[in-house]
Structures are given as C-alpha cells and as structure tokens.
Design a protein around this ligand. Structure first.
Ligand SMILES: C[S@@+](CC[C@H](N)C(=O)[O-])C[C@H]1O[C@@H](n2cnc3c(N)ncnc32)[C@H](O)[C@@H]1O
Length: 283
C-alpha cells in the first residue's frame, strides 16, 4: 500500500462514527416498522434520499445519486440497509458477480496501482487486492458503504468522492475499474467520469468496466427463454422491477463511442449473460 502526497486525505472509515439515517431508527421486530420498509420497497415512484445532519461530505454528493436506487429505503444512505445490500446484491445476481469480479481483477492483475470507482461494499477492490495489486483504492460517495468496505477489506484504501472528479492527481494509476457504476449515472456524468478516467490514468493504462448487459433487457421474451432458459427471464424481470432511473439511457447509448471520444483506444466489449465488460487503453 502506498500513497502520494497529492492523494486525497485518507479517512479511517472503519472506526468513524456515522449518524443514523431514518431506516436505522426502525426496529425490524416491530410490525409497523416492517410494514413501512416493505411498502417502501414495493411501491413506486421512489423518493429522494434524506441525509442526516452531519453526514460527512453530504454537500458534495450529487442530487441524482440521492434517489432510492434498487427500491432500497433511503437508497445507499443508511447503516443497516446498505449492510444487507452489500451481501444481498450478489445473492440476487444468482452468484455470478464473484466470477465477474475475478475476471475484472484478472484484467488488471499486472497493474501497480488501481482505483475502483463506485466501489460500494468494496468487493471488487478486495478482489484486486487479493489478486496481488499492491496499491488498491476504492471510491464511493456513500460514507455508509465506505464503512462496510473498510471493515471487510483492510488492505485497501477507501476515499469518499465521485467518478466525475476523483481528487487524485493526473496520471496517478495504471489501472482504473468500475463494477455496476456507469448504468447508475446520467449521460452527462458518464461523459465527465470517462474524461476523469483518462486524466488519472497513465498513457497506456487500462480501464475495465463491468455493467448489466443489454441483451436480456432488449431481446423479446420468447427468443430470450429459448436462448437462456429461465435465467434469461429472471434477469430481464429483475432489470425491469428494480428502480434504476438511468438504465434505459445507458443501454441506448452504450459506452464505446464515449470511450473513443474521451481518448481511449483498443476498445473491447465482451457479453456474458447478464453482464457486459468493456476494456480500453488510455491513449
Ligand atoms: C450498484 S452499486 C455497485 C457497487 C460495487 N461496485 C459492486 O459491484 O458491488 C453502485 C455504486 O456506485 C456508487 N455511486 C453512485 N454515483 C456515483 C458517482 N457519481 N461516482 C462514484 N460512485 C457512485 C453508489 O454509491 C454505489 O455504491
């Protein structure tokens, strides 16, 4: 693990006291609380997130991120719900995420220093560290997720921030990655985030991005079932049930043309239900 003087300041998220958000005040043993959470998960449209006073970095979290993504009560901003989400996401994805994170880590195993954008509970950054990358950083706007990540992966450094402006110096990393981040960004933020990836990567550095695939979203139901059986139908239903306000725009635009525009070459796209992986080299 190493840090440059100009890196963003490192916070000990694992011990940092964070304020309770409203879902943390609910007692799941009480029937009324349980009903409130269940209604919130099932009902749309989903609300804006409410941040508790004194949440670190609250003024720098973009408004579009403060929505109840995935129908989660208060989105990515609570102690208990995000803890459940950090584990539950991989279960809901039928266990495929572990192999996708390993494949992503394999692509960057040769790197000396890698930044994982939108690191959430830290599983991808953790996979990179376990794969032997010595200097691994995870970045996310949610202090609650950073706390879970720092407690699970002590070898990784975690910083609060956004992909559009990470706060790292230019050409700081020889690898940058993101797992299931870009489909949660509005188009303008995608453009800015890929420009930022170009800025913080060294020339010849590698960018690897894994996101939900377009095929199960786009293909009509019968051909999808014929091709993939019940798994195809499952992932299609999941994609249409969970609240992801920018998913349609993400699937419409893709990433290849933005990557090219922002100075990347050797762009490769690999599809394997239910994900797509882009790899690209910084010119
Ligand atoms: C679907 S989760 C994926 C988390 C993790 N990468 C994984 O694979 O489990 C998306 C994450 O992106 C984070 N996020 C949202 N907007 C962001 C932004 N502009 N920059 C960086 N991270 C962001 C969220 O807080 C959340 O942790």
């Amino acid at each position: 693990m190493s840090a440059f003087e100009s890196d963003p300041p490192v916070v000990s998220w694992e011990t940092r006291e964070l304020p309770d958000a409203w879902p943390d005040a609910l007692s799941l043993r009480r029937v009324r609380s349980l009903l409130r959470v269940a209604l919130r998960v099932l009902r749309g449209p989903h609300s804006q997130v409410t941040l508790p006073d004194s949440l670190p970095g609250a003024d720098r979290i973009p408004r579009y991120a403060l929505q109840e993504f995935h129908n989660l009560p208060n989105g990515n901003y609570s102690k208990h719900v995000t803890h459940g989400y950090g584990r539950g996401f991989d279960i809901v994805m039928l266990g495929v995420m572990e192999s996708r994170r390993q494949a992503l880590a394999d692509e960057l195993a040769h790197c000396g220093s890698v930044l994982d954008l939108g690191c959430g509970a830290g599983h991808t950054a953790g996979a990179l560290f376990e794969r032997g990358v010595g200097d691994v950083w995870g970045l996310d706007p949610s202090p609650y997720l950073l706390q879970h990540a720092a407690r699970s992966y002590p070898g990784v450094q975690f910083v609060q921030g956004v992909a559009e402006g990470t706060g790292f110096p230019g050409e700081r990393f020889d690898g940058v990655c993101a797992c299931f981040l870009f489909h949660e960004l509005p188009p303008r933020a995608i453009e800015q985030a890929l420009a930022e990836c170009h800025r913080i990567l060294q020339p010849g550095g590698k960018l690897v991005i894994t996101e939900p695939g377009r095929e199960h979203w786009k293909t009509p139901v019968l051909p999808l079932i014929r091709r993939y059986g019940w798994r195809g139908l499952y992932f299609r239903s999941l994609a249409s049930l969970v609240y992801e306000p920018f998913l349609a725009a993400f699937h419409r635009d893709g990433l290849a043309s933005v990557l090219e525009r922002q100075g990347f070459s050797e762009i490769r796209t690999e599809n394997e239900l239910p994900t797509t992986r882009w790899t690209a080299i910084r010119r």
